[in-house]
Ligand binder design. Structure first.
Ligand code: F3S
Length: 408
């Protein structure tokens, strides 16, 4: 199959927009050829990952500086994934100045490249909301899942450099989930057990992700009114446990009722018990020293719920709610920040514990209602995890111990 380029695309590839644009077009074209795309497709937004200095290091930072020096600039709205620290409050959270300085240098490099330094994995909560059928180029796996599945937009899971390249040329290669044919379901999932708590959705996502791998699951049996936070948790877990970038839920997601949804050779999975997921995601660690909410980044309702559950009581373990800076400001305006801080909790902007330099802090066991967090924290941050409901996690923050059963 031959990749056809428009005259404008050819001129970018020929270097007429400068070396930075040529390099970006070379990346997009190379991916298009590898994946057999016939054309490129314009994108309306980009979400760039690869932000934490812990993952990028000096080599990644130099790469960004060099590309910016070649004149590369985003030509479509582009947002940024979380960094390794809260860019304002890093010191009070215990992170080192040495790391903070290098992280700031990364943020400045992205600013030079014209990327909005939103530092969130949930750009759809802070104004980047593509419509059904819109082509975008997003990189963060949970955001990709949300954009494809819940919003009905179209994106493959871009890598760090490929998302940046898409921002610079305003296009991506038209293959994979940009095409109708690849959005059909490979796995029918019959859910035959109650799925109620946020962590239940994460547990379900964990089981489905393991089975689906990089396929497209179609879930039947969930209530028709699945809340936004639950869809966020479900998709993030499927992406972390497998590599699911698109899922459909009967009666809920926008493409679930297309008549040819299920591929003729689809497989079937019956989920009648979530306990295996809870077992797999829980370490045997009774004492908890950090409780982490906001993976993916929390919305205002999630922050409000935690404030209500704490009800002004002082916590014993540290408690972080990670969120976008804009959502943090909304929480402040709503009086939630003050209430949470009175309890000793922190609403932390810009960052994600999985990509933070957690080895700089004294925490060993983290409690979270996020299955994605529970999958990644042990391997990426060297932490033990307790996984359970929001109520269990709040109880763990209050007592410093993991409550085996959810408080009534
Ligand atoms: Fe977001 Fe980090 Fe979780 S990027 S989805 S908070 S692992």
């Amino acid at each position: 199959m031959t990749l056809r380029l428009s005259p404008e695309e050819q001129s970018m590839l020929a270097g007429e927009g400068g070396p930075g644009v040529r390099k970006a077009m070379e990346i997009v074209v190379a991916l298009g050829r590898i994946y057999g795309a016939e054309t490129l497709v314009p994108v309306t937004s980009v979400q760039v990952a690869g932000v934490s200095y812990r993952n990028l290091g000096e080599a990644g930072l130099e790469f960004l500086h060099a590309w910016a020096a070649e004149g590369a600039r985003a030509r479509v709205p582009a947002t940024l994934n979380p960094a390794g620290i809260d860019l304002d409050a890093w010191r009070s959270l215990g992170f080192s100045e040495q790391f903070a300085r290098r992280q700031m240098a990364v943020i400045e490099a992205y600013q030079r490249l014209g990327i909005q330094t939103t530092c969130t994995c949930a750009p759809y909560l802070v104004g980047s909301v593509p419509q059904v059928g819109e082509h975008v180029a997003w990189a963060e796996s949970s955001a990709v899942s949300y954009a494809n599945s819940v919003l009905g937009a179209r994106t493959n899971r871009e890598g760090g450099p490929s998302a940046l390249a898409a921002a610079i040329v305003g296009r991506t290669a038209a293959y994979g989930l940009h095409l109708d044919a690849h959005r059909r379901a490979t796995l029918r999932v019959e859910v035959r057990c109650p799925v109620e708590a946020l962590s239940d959705y994460g547990a379900l996502g964990y089981l489905v992700g393991k089975e689906a791998q990089n396929g497209v699951p179609y879930l039947v049996g969930l209530d028709g009114s699945v809340p936004q936070a639950a869809l966020k948790a479900l998709g993030a877990a499927m992406a972390a446990a497998g590599a699911v970038a698109l899922y459909h839920v009967a009666g809920v997601t926008p493409e679930a009722d297309r008549p040819d949804l299920l591929l003729p050779d689809h497989r079937t999975l019956v989920v009648d018990d979530l306990a295996p997921a809870y077992r797999a995601l829980n370490a045997d660690a009774p004492a908890v020293d950090l409780v982490w909410f906001g993976c993916p980044h929390a919305d205002l309702d999630e922050i409000r719920q935690i404030a209500q559950l704490l009800a002004g009581r002082r916590i014993r373990a540290a408690l972080w709610i990670t969120t976008a800076r804009q959502t943090r400001e909304q929480a402040d305006a709503a009086g939630l920040l003050a209430a949470l801080e009175d309890s000793g909790a922190r609403v932390v902007a810009d960052m994600c514990a999985v990509v933070a330099p957690m080895q700089e802090l004294p925490y060993r066991v983290v409690a979270t209602p996020s299955a994605k967090g529970a999958v990644y924290l042990p391997a990426h941050a060297g932490l033990l995890v307790r996984y359970g409901t929001v109520e269990q996690c709040v109880e763990a923050a209050l007592t410093g111990r993991w409550p085996e059963r959810a408080p009534a």
